[in-house]
Design a binder for this molecule. Structure first.
Ligand SMILES: Cc1cc2nc3c(=O)[nH]c(=O)nc-3n(C[C@H](O)[C@H](O)[C@H](O)COP(=O)(O)O)c2cc1C
Length: 157
């Protein structure tokens, strides 16, 4: 099965997760770049507000076509209990209909969130499952274990 891991990150947690997943299953990786400045305190506030409203943002052109893959794993930090705007934008721009899709989230809180809002953006995909990681850069060993177990459930061989 040909797999692609697509992610957005602001502070590296989702990148760590994406690269760990990709190494585990032998997937290609695509980082989605938000062209809006998301650093600093004000950007934190506007980022949360943008996410809460489901707003799209400008993203840099992506390099890989999901059409070339069987499985697309999409990862995002949780912002205001929603996916980050860059991932909302990616999912609106790219048609994942008929593809197997799995989601992962990195977040600060313990309670899984943003799942329904993100699933709503991939209505015609075959949904394989979801993984929620709590600040994986602060909990690398535990996160790697979670990722290994989760990847087994995706049956990528
Ligand atoms: C604008 C903003 C809003 C956030 N909202 C939430 C939230 O609602 N729930 C939560 O658990 N974490 C929230 N977080 C924390 C991030 O989801 C968490 O730090 C995540 O691991 C960051 O991933 P990254 O390093 O890949 O950017 C928020 C972070 C930002 C910047």
């Amino acid at each position: 099965m040909k797999s692609l891991v697509v992610y957005y990150t602001r502070t590296g947690n989702a990148r760590f997760a994406a690269e760990t997943i990709a190494a585990e299953i032998g997937a290609d990786v695509e980082e989605v770049i938000d062209m809006k400045n998301r650093s600093g305190k004000l950007a934190y506030l506007t980022g949360g507000a943008d996410a809460r409203r489901g707003k799209e943002t400008e993203i840099a052109p992506t390099k890989k076509s999901p059409a070339d893959y069987d499985l697309i794993i999409v990862g995002t930090p949780v912002w205001a209990s929603r996916p980050a705007p860059a991932i909302t934008t990616y999912l609106k721009k790219n048609n994942l209909s008929g593809k197997k899709v799995a989601l992962f989230f990195t977040q600060g809180g313990k309670k899984p969130s943003a799942i329904d809002q993100t699933k709503a953006l991939i209505p015609n995909s075959e949904f394989l499952g979801v993984l929620t990681l709590i600040e994986p850069l602060d909990n690398k060993a535990e996160s790697e274990k979670q990722i290994t177990e989760w990847c087994k459930t995706l049956n990528t061989n």
